[in-house]
Write a protein that binds this ligand. Structure first.
Ligand code: GYE
Length: 318
């Protein structure tokens, strides 16, 4: 076992305190299920699961409780990037390894965490925008009047995806009409889209930073008497590629769904197994992800000199 006192001999149950962001989206539900099924009793773990309801203060409280309970490992899916130095120092002082999963932390000293595994969110944004540029060309779109329904402000997933769009809008000359957070939820996504539609009558693309926001945006667009899809008024772009998201991509309600993979349980377990064996896991591990489109108008995109295939969604993909 490790030298943190809780698992001498390696045959005991490994106790893991997991501070989860919340239950804001389908992605998050899949992520929580992956963690719970990986770190089950049958697999030799005792998982203390804490849902922070999208509040950093709740996550800090949960981590302090984990330290008090002398868990073997702390796993943190941070809601936002900043504000972790103090509590991570407390974990370090208690000799409890901290593994960061999904979103990133922005800390003064990278020694405050042991390892991170998650997605390259800016790359996701760049891939999506490279696709839109190619699609707009293929379809002869005269102009791109786009709005951004952002994720939780300050979350890596928001920061990276928003940056991908802002850079692309400048590069390709798109009109980025408005950006506002939909908190990664369906209800807020719908509300934000409703107000954007009232403000702008020329929106032809909405860039939703996750699937649940896209579901809300589609409802708002249809309620306003407009249509979505390749032959409709507005193209809906999204991220995650949840089952429901891909179902909407098959129908064309979502035109592009850039994958963000939530199945991090086995990846975190691999890190823990390395640590248990006295090995050093990679400090940062990025997951490979696909691009799922409605139709086959764009076969591949190039980002930073690298080619990425675009998969057309068919029944078998979902
Ligand atoms: O895209 C969204 C969720 O951090 C990657 O959070 C995650 C994001 C995901 O609420 O659906």
């Amino acid at each position: 076992g490790t030298d943190n006192g809780g698992n001498e001999g390696g045959s005991d149950v490994i106790t893991i305190g997991f501070s989860q962001v919340g239950a804001e989206s389908d992605w998050r539900t899949a992520n929580s299920e992956s963690m719970k099924s990986t770190f089950s009793k049958d697999n030799g773990y005792d998982l203390i699961f804490d849902d922070a309801q999208q509040k950093q203060e709740n996550q800090i409280t949960a981590i302090r409780n984990f330290i008090q309970q002398e868990v073997d490992y702390i796993v943190l899916a941070p809601v936002t990037e900043t504000g972790w130095d103090t509590v991570l120092q407390e974990a370090k002082d208690a000799d409890i390894p901290v593994i960061i999963v999904d979103r990133m932390v922005d800390v003064s000293d990278d020694d405050l965490f042991t390892a991170w595994v998650g997605s390259d969110f800016e790359l996701e944004g760049k891939k999506a925008c490279a696709w839109l540029n190619a699609y707009a060309e293929a379809k002869g779109m005269k102009e791109v009047n786009i709005v951004d329904i952002q994720g939780t402000i300050g979350a890596s997933a928001q920061i990276g995806r928003t940056k991908g769009l802002e850079d692309a809008a400048k590069e390709y000359g798109w009109n980025l009409l408005a950006s506002q957070s939909g908190e990664f939820t369906q209800a807020k996504g719908q509300e934000v889209m409703e107000s954007m539609l009232k403000q702008y009558d020329n929106i032809n693309v909405v860039y939703c930073e996750n699937d649940n926001e896209a579901f809300g945006a589609i409802d708002a667009i249809e309620a306003a008497g407009k249509t979505v899809g390749p032959d409709g008024d507005i193209l809906v772009m999204s991220f995650d590629s949840t089952n429901a998201g891909l179902t909407d991509t098959l129908s064309g309600k979502i035109i592009l769904d850039t994958e963000c993979n939530p199945l991090h349980g086995p990846r975190v377990e691999e890190i823990i197994k390395k640590l248990e064996a006295g090995e050093t896991p990679d400090k940062l591990a990025y997951v490979d992800e696909e691009i799922f489109a409605h139709g086959a108008d764009v076969a591949s995109v190039t980002v930073d000199g690298k080619d990425y295939a675009v998969t057309e969604v068919t029944e078998d993909v979902i």
